[in-house]
Ligand binder design. Structure first.
Ligand code: CO
Length: 176
């Protein structure tokens, strides 16, 4: 397994369309385990494979649970089938450090996905889980939350994003 570090805005892997997961094997489990580790270490609640340099369509989530360890969730090849409503929520991203902004997204989604064994499921959800899932599924399609900001808001972040992009491109070169 190559080095798994969090890739930063400006790294081209974050802009790629990830490939479907087709083998649900020990390698996948090992990468997922490592991703939980990296995510909890960084205090994140969601992490998509491209963010650690793996261009495959899966993601992990650690849903906060009061007084307990976060609940570990895994989604491979997720597809949003339906969505409803609208909700604004402040988002951040481990690949876009130190930037937070309100993003408008549907508040309810229905999706299909495969679990770590490849078994298919459908899920209807709202609230924080729907929010995190949409953010992470965007990653699988090369989309970052800053792409979803209004042009005015995005232009305010332009300098910060340019600085990050330099860092991201550098980390990409170091890892290559
Ligand atoms: Co993110």
């Amino acid at each position: 397994m190559s080095t798994m570090d969090i890739r930063i805005y400006g790294d081209s892997i974050l802009r790629k369309l990830s490939k479907p997961v087709d083998s649900f094997d020990e390698q996948l489990m090992a990468v997922a385990e490592k991703m939980y580790e990296i995510m909890f270490e960084a205090d994140g609640i969601g992490l998509a494979a491209p963010q650690v340099g793996v261009s495959k369509a899966f993601l992990v989530i650690g849903m906060p649970v009061e007084d307990e360890e976060p609940e570990r969730l895994f989604f491979a090849n997720p597809v949003i089938l339906e969505s409803r409503g609208e909700d604004s929520f402040e988002e951040g991203c481990l690949s876009v450090p130190d930037i937070r902004a309100d993003v408008i997204r549907p508040e309810w989604i229905k999706l299909k996905y495969q679990d770590i064994h490849g078994k298919e499921h459908t899920l209807e959800t709202d609230g924080l889980l729907a929010r995190v899932l949409q953010h992470e599924i965007d990653h699988l399609n090369g989309i970052l939350f800053v792409d979803r900001l209004t042009p005015a808001r995005k232009s305010l972040l332009k300098n910060d994003l340019q600085k990050l992009a330099k860092k991201g491109a550098k980390s990409e070169a170091d890892l290559a």
